[in-house]
Design a protein around this ligand. Structure first.
Ligand code: UD1
Length: 323
């Protein structure tokens, strides 16, 4: 049985992927994560089936033996956030570009069969036409967008020049359980959910009419697993989105409805590097990867809200009784 490796496997999306792989039949999963933004608690219930390595992806010598001989390497480790990359571009450059290069080198030298990469919808920037389709010219508007696009180009180059099987998925604003709301750079829905549960007003940057194709994490996990198996897609790039488009005002409105409260948001200045509208054309991923999003935005938001509302002890209690 070939090994599966997930970089960034202790993060919000990475840990959901680890869970998905185990449910899908993988006996064990190797996780590489430096715990900069990830948390071991994210892997709590599956810890006994995870080979966890607290290692930085920039450390080629450390990652090579972990990647060596792997069947699929899912490369999700990154420093996310558009505003963080503007405020502090050096770490995100080093991790998102240099780190990605080291992962690819290790995959090539370690003869990994396939690399599936977490690219970003931010590569599109502002486009005149929606939805955004893979054939459009990229137009990155921030260091983060450029870094993720560079990673994608590296995937393509390693496929073309060295024959490594790489597949890039452009994630569209993924949300769901375990998304960490503790930083001002956190994904907006995790910040909104924390605000509504604390009965506080959220901050909306701009007029709130900007829109996103918020994609529920389990749908992205499903697509990642499909991308690891699909034939004839080496070097290609696919949108990993839901296909819908929701404004921030509507997202906040829905949360108020769910909770039965009325709290007016505080509107602040727009963020530099912010994209106005984002929506995925999902046709290519459907055709070649079998993408089939299962969760509408309200369904995903409800599940996420319920997760954040769970009694804090439940997860810990379960794992304590299991061991
Ligand atoms: C971008 C990418 C996304 C990627 C993410 C990584 C686009 C379209 N999307 O997300 O694919 O996964 O980076 O970090 O480029 N906002 C508020 N109040 C807040 C926080 C955010 O109004 O407290 C606004 C932002 O200004 C933005 C929207 O919410 O308009 C979404 O922000 P965020 O969740 O940070 O993600 P993006 O920057 O869109």
């Amino acid at each position: 049985m070939t090994r599966t490796v997930v970089t960034g496997g202790a993060g919000f999306i990475g840990s959901a992927l680890v869970r998905g792989l185990l449910e899908d039949g993988a006996p064990r999963v190797t996780v590489i994560d430096n715990l900069l933004t990830g948390h071991l608690e994210n892997l709590e219930e599956v810890r006994d089936r995870v080979d966890f390595h607290e290692v930085d992806i920039r450390d080629y010598d450390a990652i090579l033996p972990l990647i060596h001989g792997a069947g699929t390497v899912f490369h999700l480790a990154a420093i996310p956030s558009v505003p963080r990359s503007i405020a502090d571009p050096v770490p995100s450059h080093e991790v998102n570009i240099d780190g990605t290069f080291q992962v690819l080198r290790a995959c090539l030298d370690g003869r990994a069969a396939r690399v599936v990469y977490a690219a970003s919808s931010s590569a599109y920037g502002d486009t005149e036409v929606l939805p955004k389709v893979e054939s459009m010219a990229p137009n990155p508007l921030s260091p983060y967008a450029l870094q993720k696009l560079t990673g994608e180009y590296y995937m393509r180059i390693f496929a073309r020049c060295y024959g490594l099987e790489t597949v890039s998925l452009r994630f569209f604003n993924v949300f769901g359980p375990r998304q960490d709301p503790s930083s001002p750079y956190s994904g907006v829905l995790s910040l909104f959910i924390r605000a509504i549960l604390e009965r506080r007003a959220p901050t909306i940057h701009g007029d709130g009419e900007q829109s996103r194709d918020f994609t529920y994490v389990d749908d992205v996990v499903g697509l990642l697993i499909k991308a690891a198996r699909a034939p004839g897609v080496a070097g290609r790039v696919f949108n990993a989105g839901n296909g819908g488009r929701i404004t921030l005002n509507d997202a906040w409105r829905l949360l108020q409805e769910f909770e039965g409260v009325e709290i007016a948001p505080v509107y602040g200045p727009s963020r530099p590097g912010d994209v106005r509208d984002s929506q995925a054309d999902t046709a290519l991923a459907m055709e070649l990867l079998g993408h089939q999003p299962r969760f509408t935005f309200p369904e995903g938001l409800r599940l996420t809200l319920d997760w954040f509302k769970r009694p804090p002890d439940i997860v810990r209690l379960k794992s304590a009784t299991a061991s």
